[in-house]
Design a protein around this ligand. Structure first.
Ligand SMILES: [Zn+2]
Ligand SMILES: [Zn+2]
Length: 244
């Protein structure tokens, strides 16, 4: 399995990085994990065709994680001329927030009928559901975003990817990341604890319990960016490709 970090940044472009967006390639339809506001630009920069995406999984409803959807959906309609189906999946309240974002950015767009099969699914925290051949398990984390914030565990083709989403440390991340082939974790700060966000030190103290085969840190803020040389884990960057 091959995952490309299209966007590895925080909400505010720290380090010149794009908002969160990970692209996973597989034979039965590629998928995205999160689609932050800058994601379509990041795709163009990497010469990746948005029409190859079959499914988009959204961790939580902040602009740096789902704000790229209005652009992605309109591009599918007008520029990329998508004909293949698209499924987008997010927490409870997702449909309403996507429609609101589309309407705010591009008035009238939320009522435009797509020229392709378009399926919007909402998933509960703690639920497991198979979507387009990918098994998704979610858990509730701690992050204020006007809807339930989720961490994600995705299994397909005998590989498991876990993603913390944005959250301060919670033991809920232990089963989500347990023995995953790849655990992608937020590391906004190095030591300093910030409400609703994960610091590297709290994460590090629990990595043995999680037992993931590979850990990659993402969503680095200015403080953590200044400490990348001090940690042994892989640090994501825009364009990083991981095969596992
Ligand atoms: Zn974020
Ligand atoms: Zn967030």
């Amino acid at each position: 399995m091959r995952l490309t970090f299209l966007g590895s940044g925080d909400a505010f472009g720290s380090g010149g990085r794009f908002n969160t967006c990970f692209w996973v390639e597989r034979n039965d339809g590629d998928f995205l994990i999160d689609c932050g506001a800058s994601s379509l630009i990041a795709m163009r920069k990497q010469n990746m065709d948005p029409n190859c995406i079959r499914t988009i999984f959204i961790s939580h409803l902040h602009g740096d994680h789902f704000g790229g959807l209005p652009f992605f959906i309109l591009d599918a309609q007008f520029y990329s001329r998508r004909t293949n189906p698209l499924t987008i999946v997010g927490p409870r309240g997702f449909t309403e927030r996507v429609n609101a974002a589309m309407e705010l950015f591009f008035p009238g767009s939320s009522s435009t009928k797509q020229k392709f099969d378009f399926d919007v699914q909402e998933i509960d925290a703690g639920e497991t559901r198979v979507i387009n051949g990918i098994s998704l398990t979610t858990t509730l984390v701690y992050h204020a975003c006007g809807a339930p914030p989720l961490a994600l565990r995705l299994t397909c083709d005998d590989k498991t990817i876990a993603y913390s989403g944005d959250t301060e440390w919670t033991d809920a991340l232990i089963p989500i990341g347990q023995n995953a082939d790849l655990f992608i974790a937020e590391a906004l700060t190095f030591v300093r604890k910030i409400r609703f966000h994960l610091d590297y030190t709290s994460l590090k103290a629990n990595l043995d319990k999680i037992g993931a085969k590979q850990v990659i840190l993402t969503h680095l803020g200015p403080d953590m960016l200044a400490h990348v040389a001090d940690v042994p884990e892989t640090i994501a960057y825009d364009g990083l490709v991981v095969e596992f």
